[in-house]
Design a protein around this ligand. Structure first.
Ligand code: FE2
Ligand code: FE2
Length: 371
């Protein structure tokens, strides 16, 4: 917003948190209006010529832009009003309340959201140009590359802090907003915390992993609660981009060796273990199951082996050899892990990458123990 204000050369930037946005439903985990106002004030503190207004929060009912602009026009009759928004809103603008009236009250300035998002470029379509005419300015500034939805998805696991003002983040933590202080004692609470951290299509995998871990536990022993919790959490940071994971490692001093840093696929077991240990205060064994679920390691205990294997063979997994691996996992768990590691190592070599030392060490250890 500050970048947009600067690009437009505004005399004053007015930030107006809305009470009830007309175009989207607020989630149950959303902050209250008062908290959002406080956070906006904190974010605005260091911005030049910036004022935060609670005019929409004080108003009853839904927060329609047209109502706000009418009031502002009365307050500032001689000033030109510019309404700043993300370019992704341009497409639905005609569905807002009294869109033409909005355009007569204010000019629109749209900033790009994502570099690779086609919505970013939607402002340049003929239909949009025809609709808005000269009332629209498309700002040629760096895309913000982040949405509030995404930030809310990241902060429960301690990620995405780089997108927030320090004081805003401190406020969120202090008040435990946006699921940053979750209750996760019961399995259901843990699932409720975990699932929204994943991309929706990954949730069946997490569920399948828990189910498989329980079955393996019934067959081979081990602590059911531990494997369930580890399975629910094992991919908790998988939705983070590589860059976001690296930022997390940097921020929290998470130690990684260079081979892990270089492998995008491996990093999530390290950041995931951090979340299990530091954010959720899980037991050492749960943390360890999460930590080693991708590469394995020498001398794994039964719960670590079960989570490693459950991740590999849960019912949604489809790859050549998975049925044989499933069968083997219930006949000889160590042999199945060896087979699984062989498959992984072959796949890694095929991609021209180097097999991770931990996988190799796990493989060699088990080979020494299994005939
Ligand atoms: Fe994983
Ligand atoms: Fe997984």
């Amino acid at each position: 917003m500050a970048g947009a204000a600067k690009a437009l050369g505004l005399d004053r930037l007015l930030l107006i948190p809305d009470k009830i946005p007309p175009h989207k439903a607020l989630q149950a985990s959303s902050a209250t209006a008062e908290d959002r106002l406080e956070m906006t004030k904190l974010a605005a503190k260091n911005l030049e010529n910036c004022t935060v207004s609670d005019m929409e929060l004080r108003r009853e009912g839904r927060s329609y832009t047209v109502d706000t602009l009418r009031i502002l026009k009365e307050q500032y009759p001689r000033d030109e009003l510019i309404f700043i928004m993300g370019s992704d809103m341009l497409m639905s603008f005609h569905t807002w309340r009294e869109p033409k009236e909005i355009l007569s009250l204010a000019r629109i300035a749209a900033f790009p959201r994502m570099a690779d998002d086609e919505m970013t470029h939607c402002g340049n379509t003929e239909a949009i140009r025809a609709y808005f005419g000269d009332r629209l300015t498309l700002m040629n500034i760096e895309p913000v590359e982040i949405s509030s939805t995404r930030v809310r998805q990241l902060i429960p696991v301690g990620a995405g802090v780089e997108y927030l003002e320090g004081e805003v983040y401190d406020y969120i933590l202090k008040k435990g907003l946006y699921r940053t202080a979750p209750a996760t004692e019961t399995l259901q609470q843990l699932r409720d915390f975990s699932y929204p951290c994943h991309k929706a299509k990954r949730v069946p995998h997490v569920q399948g992993c828990e189910k498989e871990a329980v079955k393996l536990c019934e067959r081979w022993g081990g602590d059911e609660n531990t494997v369930r919790r580890a399975a629910i959490l094992h991919d908790i940071t998988k939705a983070l981009t590589y860059k976001e994971q690296l930022k997390m490692c940097e921020r929290y001093d998470i130690l990684t060796d260079s081979s892990e840093i270089g492998e995008e696929k491996l990093l999530h077991s390290i950041t995931g273990a951090y979340v299990a240990e530091k954010v959720l205060r899980e037991s050492e064994n749960v943390v360890s199951c999460v930590r080693w679920h991708t590469t394995g390691k020498p001398d794994m205990n039964i719960e670590e082996k079960i989570v490693f294997m459950a991740d590999y063979i849960e019912e949604n997994r489809k790859f050549p050899g998975v049925d044989a691996l499933r069968e083997l996992a219930y006949k000889d768990l160590d042999a199945a892990i060896i087979y699984g590691l062989e498959l992984t190592m072959d796949e890694i070599k095929e991609r021209g990458r180097q097999v991770h030392g931990n996988s190799l060490a796990a493989y060699r250890f088990l080979k020494g123990n299994v005939q």
